[in-house]
Ligand binder design. Structure first.
Ligand code: IMP
Ligand code: MG
Length: 436
């Protein structure tokens, strides 16, 4: 008989990250064995608490060192295309483009967050997410490449392209970038541009008109335009990829809204040439019908919005928000309806077109294409930047319902939970660079 636990686990996998859950499980054992919940938090017992923390720190670090070795082994198997131990332990694991310096990252995060001093709260999802981010940043900003490592400690940063999601990553959901005073992320972006790093905002928001993007990004675009320190070439290193992978716009201060729309024929990836209008409309028709059925079945007070390369729903009355359960159910229904359509014979016209269905917090959209293609198109636009030199920063990395998740197959990723965390992440990157 299937237990209730199994049913709940199966139904909730779209809201879990398997790698993080697995690491959480590994850390739970040293937590339980080391934690001293009965020891009072007072000066008399400080020695005992310090000893407990030191022991937990050592054991957690051991776990992260072992996982780091498993990631190295996984990378070796990627080259030989054979099955790694890590992929047996975490079947959903995908490719890594750099090693992850997990032990060092844990020690840094432990110093900042006192994870190993806690007696009641085990290492959490957020603790592990932040350790993974730091491990990724270290590997990109301060890579240890065998011979250089031995002589100099670390080699040069290999970062060439930074890509960012928009909502929740650069600004609050539905908000905009107004000014460097209101949005501290703007000055960090200018810093990376001044270092020659390319920046792409890879957002689901899909518009053909530069003005629509200007409305969301004006603070950044005006700051770049007004900058007297950035060279014209560095300014052109800022681009926007809208609609996941559908619209490319490049910074251009001669334009009214500081962005120049680039015709598709000048940037699309080879795989996109086969996306005929007929195939795209076939995909959007199926999805639109699925959204309509969700509105009927779940009694949603929502309207459908059909666009050139997307279809979605949003609250009909802005004062009555769609709740999380409604949004998640709609994502999973639309996803499964479109997937089911791919198995029909003859194959539908859209069978070769990648798509993204995601929960935008207040709306659900199906977009033609995905952020993996969006990031790859930016890599191509900048002359062929590799996955190990690209970092995507986003908030939606759950396998079901997150649109940043797809970027994982194109580059290294950092998973943030708010615009404040994005600023902290960029400051951490800058500190690694200065350290060298
Ligand atoms: P992101 O977080 O930057 O990827 O932006 C996602 C948000 O953009 C969604 O939640 C929508 O509110 C908005 N949006 C506007 N147009 C589109 C579209 O064509 N597809 C998907 N999302 C869109
Ligand atoms: Mg987002």
């Amino acid at each position: 008989m299937t237990t209730r636990y199994r049913v709940e686990y199966a139904l909730k996998t779209h809201r879990r990250d398997q790698l993080i859950e697995w690491i959480k499980g590994l850390l739970a054992v040293p937590f339980v064995l080391n934690a001293q919940p009965a020891t009072p938090y007072d000066g008399d017992h400080q020695d005992k608490l310090d000893k407990m923390a030191a022991s937990a720190r050592q054991r957690y670090a051991d776990v992260f060192r072992d996982v780091e070795a498993l990631v190295d082994d996984h990378i070796a198997h990627q080259i030989t295309r054979s099955r790694s131990k890590l992929s047996m332990l975490v079947p959903t694991i995908s490719a890594f483009f750099t090693p992850l310096y997990l032990e060092e990252a844990f020690l840094r995060q432990d110093t900042a967050r006192a994870i190993s001093s806690r007696r009641f709260v085990a290492p959490s999802f957020n603790d592990i997410r932040l350790v993974l981010n730091t491990a990724q940043l270290l590997a990109i900003m301060a890579p240890k490449s065998s011979s250089i490592d031995v002589v100099n400690g670390t080699s040069e940063s290999q970062l060439q392209l930074l890509t960012f999601d928009g909502d929740v990553t650069l600004y609050e959901d539905g908000a905009s970038l107004h000014s460097p005073e209101a949005n501290p992320v703007i000055n960090r972006l200018l810093y990376f541009l001044s270092k020659g790093v390319r920046i792409a905002i890879v957002t689901a928001a899909g518009y053909t008109q530069p003005k629509n993007y200007f409305d969301r990004l004006s603070g950044l675009l005006v700051a770049v335009k007004d900058s007297t320190t950035l060279t014209p070439e560095q300014k052109q290193n800022l681009v926007v990829m809208g609609g996941e992978s559908n619209y490319l716009l490049v910074f251009d201060d001669a334009e009214e809204y500081c962005l120049r729309y680039i015709h598709r024929r000048n940037w699309i990836l080879d795989v996109m040439y086969t996306w005929t209008e007929e195939a795209i409309q076939s995909l959007l028709d199926i999805a639109e019908a699925a959204f309509e059925s969700c509105i009927r079945t779940l009694h949603l007070k929502a309207k459908v919005l059909r666009k050139e390369r997307a279809v979605g729903i949003y609250a009909a009355d802005q004062s009555i928000k769609l709740n999380r359960e409604q949004l998640e159910e709609t994502v999973l229904v639309v996803q499964s309806v479109v997937e089911a359509s791919l198995t029909s014979t003859p194959k539908p016209a859209h069978s070769h077109i990648p798509f993204t269905v995601f929960n935008g917090g207040a709306d659900v959209f199906l977009d033609v294409g995905d952020k993996s293609l969006g990031v790859q198109a930016c890599q191509k636009w900048f002359g062929g930047i590799g996955p190990s030199s690209t970092l995507h920063v986003g908030d939606q990395f759950l396998s079901g319902g997150g649109n940043d998740f797809k970027a994982r197959s194109a580059c290294c990723c950092a998973w943030i939970a708010s615009p404040t965390e994005t600023v902290a992440l960029l400051d951490e990157m800058i500190s690694f660079e200065i350290k060298k």
